[in-house]
Design a binder for this molecule. Structure first.
Ligand code: KMH
Ligand code: ZN
Length: 272
């Protein structure tokens, strides 16, 4: 039976705590949410952290503390975001690896991001990739657009396989500026993935969340859910917590006879 890796992205860098109090922004909230999500079926957590004012930060001390707390309290694979927020400088994003996570996100190109630009120039991508290889952090390649898929192929051709020898990619659909969160766009992007990709997941931002979740499961892919990507459980009905979104993804995966995998199984899948 082919099982499903469920990744939860509980916080992100864009959502405002004042408007969305259920967003886990303190370490205590993040750990509680992570435990609930693990119980609901998540195997990996994609982490952005906030400062005392609930603003996105890449503070290294806090990142280290967060990695330690998640390891102590959960069995989840800890993936730190190197994407940060659109305002973070590239050197601070590279320094995220100093917090020694299990995994990190690695976006394969620049993309318009709503009214902003999420900047990922080729020299930054290659430096980050080389560091992951050197420091044995398993990257998850974030693909927001078809050009990012081509860049992933170029990266692997030039620098070889990641630490662990597996290639796990995550398609992010629905960012204004990137691929739309539609099933045809997902099918297209999956067909374009380099042969070296050993597993892929997908997430639909906002309204595209459910169609992408269902299509991804049906296509044999893995899934990412969470308040970073989608704030609503149903139209006009905000999600009350990340675990609610994870539980629904796990239930759907069960219905499709692709039950959620454990963190140990997920480690094997991505080469940890
Ligand atoms: N916050 C976005 C600008 C990642 O985590 O690597 C970038 C992002 C991707 O969320
Ligand atoms: Zn992120």
């Amino acid at each position: 039976m082919s099982r499903t890796l469920i990744t939860v992205a509980p916080t992100g860098a864009e959502v405002d705590k004042a408007s969305w109090p259920q967003l886990p922004t303190t370490l205590t909230e993040l750990v509680a949410e992570a435990k609930a999500c693990e119980s609901a079926g998540a195997a990996m957590i994609h982490v952005h952290i906030r400062d005392d004012e609930h603003r996105p930060t890449l503070d290294l001390g806090r990142l280290r503390e967060t990695v330690a707390a998640l390891r102590e309290n959960t069995g989840l694979i800890v993936q730190l975001s190197t994407g940060g927020s659109v305002h973070d400088p590239l050197d601070a994003r590279l320094a995220v690896l100093d917090a020694a996570p299990d995994s990190c996100s690695l976006t394969c190109g620049t993309v318009n991001f709503g009214d902003d630009v999420f900047s990922n120039p080729w020299p930054f991508i290659t430096e980050l990739y080389r560091r992951t290889q050197f420091e044995k952090v398993v990257p998850e390649f974030e693909l927001f657009d078809l050009g990012h898929v081509a860049t992933l192929e170029r990266l692997l051709d030039k620098y070889g396989l990641p630490a662990g020898g597996k290639v796990h990619a995550d398609l992010v659909l629905g960012v204004p500026g990137g691929l739309p969160a539609t099933v045809p766009a997902l099918v297209n992007a999956v067909q374009a993935l380099p042969e070296a990709v050993t597993s892929w997941s997908a997430t639909g931002i906002g309204r595209g969340h459910l169609p992408i979740l269902a299509a991804s499961l049906a296509m044999g892919g893995h899934v990412r859910v969470g308040l970073e990507d989608n704030l609503f459980f149903a139209p006009r009905r905000p999600a009350t917590a990340n675990a609610e979104l994870v539980a629904r993804a796990a239930a759907l995966a069960n219905h499709l006879q692709r039950p959620a995998m454990s963190p140990a199984q997920a480690r094997e899948l991505i080469g940890l």
